[in-house]
Design a protein. Structure first.
Length: 270
């Protein structure tokens, strides 16, 4: 009986030791995962609104450093509208709640430099039911009161909630699209509240949109195909203007009355 009792004691001790070891091992793994996630967050925070070594070598420059709004101003204005602020290292347009007609303290903004051939990169995040856009080759003249009348636009949208996602043709008003002209395919925009990374390449009339690492469209300015697209869009009254989109212009961000954030804005001239 004593031998059995001793054997039971040994087995019990071994079992308890195994439980403790497993528990410790599990806790260690959990701590490692948490530490890894925290390190990832720290790394993202450190690299926000900065150039990678590769981008710097390629000639990219920052248009927004996450701390100041230097270089940005309102369209046809000398200063930045008060509706645009810096929040969490991002350039944010505060919601007016009235769509594009309610920009009392807002309005579209532009970076105060003319670009011709370029590679633009940035991240955007939209609020629930929100709408905005990224303009390029925009013109600023007394003949036009809005940048959208002169500039192609990459759509920024909450596809799930904003009605514009269901309008237009074949999804050409959804996120990443050339607004009301060419749909983004594949449609890979992330939901409202999540960041999307986009790129726009413009070179001698050839324009390419990328979203979240994938090419979603390509088109060519000043061609018969381009003129046909414009004629079949919501902009037929601007046929003459759009048929002769300028070869160079401003980069712009849209105030459509909804909360929207932009960060990591960088560009390389070609």
């Amino acid at each position: 009986m004593k031998k059995i009792s001793d054997l039971l004691k040994i087995m019990t001790v071994a079992l308890l030791a195994g439980i403790v070891f497993t528990s410790c091992n599990t806790e260690t793994k959990k701590e490692a995962v948490v530490a890894g996630e925290q390190e990832k967050v720290k790394t993202e925070a450190v690299t926000m609104n900065t150039l990678s070594a590769e981008e710097a070598e390629q000639g990219f420059v920052l248009l927004f450093d996450g701390k100041t709004t230097d270089g940005w101003r309102g369209y046809s204005k000398e200063t930045l509208p008060s509706g645009w602020i810096i929040e969490d290292d991002a350039l944010k347009c505060n919601s007016s709640g009235r769509g594009e007609a309610g920009a009392k303290d807002g309005g579209d903004i532009i970076y105060d430099k003319i670009y011709k051939n370029f590679h633009l990169k940035l991240d955007w995040k939209i609020s629930s039911g929100g709408n905005s856009g990224i303009f390029y080759l925009g013109q600023e003249t007394p003949d036009f009161d809005c940048i959208w009348k002169t500039a192609p636009e990459m759509q920024v949208l909450d596809n799930a909630e904003h009605p514009d996602a269901m309008l237009g043709k074949d999804g050409n008003r959804q996120a990443g699209s050339l607004y009301d002209l060419i749909p983004a395919v594949p449609q890979n925009a992330k939901p409202a509240g999540e960041w999307n990374s986009v790129e726009i390449i413009c070179f001698k009339g050839t324009v390419i949109h990328f979203m979240n690492g994938e090419q979603v469209l390509e088109y060519h300015l000043w061609t018969p195909e381009w003129n046909e697209l414009v004629a079949g869009s919501k902009f037929p009254g601007l046929n003459e203007t759009w048929a002769d989109v300028a070869a160079e212009g401003f980069i712009g961000l849209q105030d459509h009355g909804d909360d929207v954030w932009f960060r990591n804005i960088r560009i390389k001239e070609k």
